[in-house]
Design a protein around this ligand. Structure first.
Ligand code: ATP
Ligand code: MG
Length: 320
């Protein structure tokens, strides 16, 4: 079987270091080996908020972030949900393949409900994992580079694919999740680093913004820096961040900082992150917003052709 890679992000804000170490680094590596689709999941924005917000600006921003980290539009097809009606139509047969109890049990959905600022929980919150099955299966994706929060969703996709094949005949492959170097990178407040939780270091942040964010991060008052995730999560978190950016172990960095205290720890972390982001910032500046829009328009056309073929196959299998 020929592997196909599918991943994506919601256009809810700029991509951050969690994305990089959770998923983007893998994507850049995989685009050289396999056909790759990168989805800007615009319909998913309204799962946990009433309005889509600045969706155009965030969509262009995502494109620029992709280009900055090295996703190459000559190798990867970047597209968005709202441009591919045939992908969205797969949601109908797929929803018939899962039970309400299964939708309710999803641990990532529960976590997102807990962090949502919406007054009521919408039906889309429970059904978007099935929509993600459509995202992955429209192109017969087999490899899905994601962070840890996405594992339950890839499991839903496997269930949908298996049940579809059992009921209607073999159409879909069963995809595998590929976790990155850091399956969950924590944010500067200790929770999962997220675009919408105000705790992230964006890939597009300037040097000064990065320094200011790290300066604000919580630490503790112990002078000797040690790597102890249980007892000193905030300190461990900054060490992890610096370690990932430097390609070094957090323990080794802790030994080096020794009794330099929080101030030295933050200096090391700031330096490490800024050094790491420098080439990414440089590449970002080489593209304009018009380039980004053009790349997306071309990707949409290619992705749509793929979706039309899959929907045809699905309807034929179902006898429609
Ligand atoms: P939002 O707060 O809007 O949900 P997000 O930061 O959670 O934004 P998503 O667009 O939901 O980002 O996720 C895109 C991809 O990045 C997913 O594969 C997800 O697993 C991965 N990812 C997001 N945050 C992290 C993180 N902190 N560590 C590792 N991977 C992450
Ligand atoms: Mg998310």
């Amino acid at each position: 079987m020929n592997d196909v890679v599918l991943t994506g992000d919601r256009p809810t804000g700029p991509l951050h270091l969690g994305h990089y170490f959770g998923s983007l680094a893998n994507r850049v590596m995989l685009q050289d080996k396999y056909p790759m689709y990168v989805l800007i999941a615009d319909y998913q924005v309204i799962t946990d908020r009433d309005l889509p917000g600045e969706i155009q600006r965030h969509t262009t921003g995502l494109l620029l972030d992709y280009l900055a980290v090295g996703i190459d539009p000559a190798k990867a097809t970047v597209f968005r949900h709202s441009a591919i009606p045939e992908l969205n139509q797969l949601l109908l047969p797929f929803l018939s393949l899962v039970s309400v109890a299964e939708l309710r049990r999803n641990p990532t959905v529960k976590d997102e409900i807990a962090h949502s600022s919406q007054a009521v929980v919408s039906g889309l919150m429970f059904t978007y994992p099935v929509h993600q099955a459509a995202d992955i299966l429209f192109c017969k994706g087999t490899l899905v580079p994601v962070g840890k929060d996405q594992l339950p969703h890839v499991e839903v996709t496997r269930t949908v694919a298996r049940r579809f094949n059992e009921r209607y005949g073999p159409v879909f492959p069963l995809p595998e999740a590929l976790m990155g170097e850091q399956p969950v990178l924590k944010g500067l407040d200790g929770g999962k680093m997220s675009k919408s939780r105000g705790n992230a270091i964006a890939l597009s942040a300037t040097e000064d913004e990065t320094a200011a964010l790290i300066r604000k991060a919580r630490t503790d008052s112990e002078r000797l820096i040690t790597f102890d995730e249980e007892r000193r999560p905030e300190v461990a978190n900054l060490l992890t961040l610096a370690g990932l950016c430097l390609g070094r172990s957090p323990r080794e960095l802790a030994d080096e900082i020794g009794d330099g205290g929080a101030a030295q720890l933050k200096r090391v972390a700031t330096e490490a992150v800024n050094e790491f982001l420098r080439p990414i910032r440089r590449r970002r500046a080489e593209y304009t917003e018009a380039d980004a829009r053009q790349i997306l328009a071309e990707g949409n056309v290619k992705a749509r052709e793929r979706a039309v073929r899959t929907l045809d196959e699905v309807q034929a299998a179902m006898g429609f």
